[in-house]
Ligand binder design. Structure first.
Ligand SMILES: [Fe+2]
Length: 246
């Protein structure tokens, strides 16, 4: 063929090693028994649908969305914290323009949600919802309050360690990630089957680091957490059948 015919070369994404994958079913995490597939999941090939994604744009995210401590005309109760970090791909490159959405319990460990009715107080000035888009260097930052632990009925006296839920959209559907961030040294790690479902070699990736240098005196503590999404090994480009870049 001559150079008049070209084909799209799609990026390939690194596969997570089995030893680092969180299993979809985990014995101690009761609800996974009902929602985990019975057969081994099959990795989808990386076709155009998988390696492209929605164009979200920044205009839907307001600056105040990243500060969860100011809601409904007042300040949230609790330990004020800054949660910050970078979104990277598996090649260590920053992912700019990634949408991060978080949700979390309030300082007393209660969600503003219809099915959360354990006897901890709600906070009229905290809804537990935040979002931000990473900057050109892949950085993000939230201001919030440290969430409390909460009971959840998985087993006798089961308590979730303090955590913040994260949902991320990178630049493709294969870069979608839903996960949880934990706080260092939490005494509840040992009895939590959700945390312990993460293979031991990967657990440290789910725990933020305390960063004294980024605390704000007389204002807020700071925790750093970098998030790694699957990465492209190459950028999509047009090429002809000779392999030359068109
Ligand atoms: Fe939670």
């Amino acid at each position: 063929m001559t150079g008049t015919t070209s084909r799209l070369v799609l990026p390939r994404y690194l596969r997570e090693e089995d030893g680092h994958r969180t299993p979809v079913a985990f014995d101690g995490y009761r609800s996974t028994a009902l929602r985990a597939p019975l057969r081994t999941p099959v990795d989808l090939p990386h076709r155009l649908t998988e390696v492209t994604g929605p164009v979200l744009g920044e205009d839907r995210v307001a600056p105040g969305d990243a500060d969860l401590t100011l809601r409904a005309g007042g300040e949230a109760q609790g330990q004020r914290i800054i949660v910050f970090g970078r979104v990277l791909d598996s090649g260590g490159r920053p992912v700019p323009g990634a949408l991060l959405e978080i949700w979390q319990a309030n300082a007393a460990g209660r969600y503003r949600h219809v099915v959360d009715n354990w006897p901890a107080p709600l906070d009229p000035h905290f809804d537990g919802l935040g979002r931000v888009v990473t900057d050109s260097l892949g950085r993000y930052e939230f201001t919030t309050v440290k969430p409390g632990a909460y009971p959840w009925g998985n087993h006798h006296n089961a308590w979730r360690p303090a955590h913040i839920h994260f949902s991320l959209f990178g630049q493709a559907f294969t870069q979608r990630l839903v996960t949880q961030m934990y706080f260092p040294g939490d005494p509840l790690f040992g009895q939590d089957p959700i945390f312990n479902a993460i293979p031991p070699a990967a657990r440290h990736r789910a725990v933020a680091g305390f960063d004294l240098g980024r605390t704000q005196p007389d204002w807020a503590l700071a925790f750093e957490w970098d998030i790694v999404l699957r990465g492209t090994e190459q950028t999509p480009f047009e090429t002809d059948d000779d392999g030359d870049v068109a």
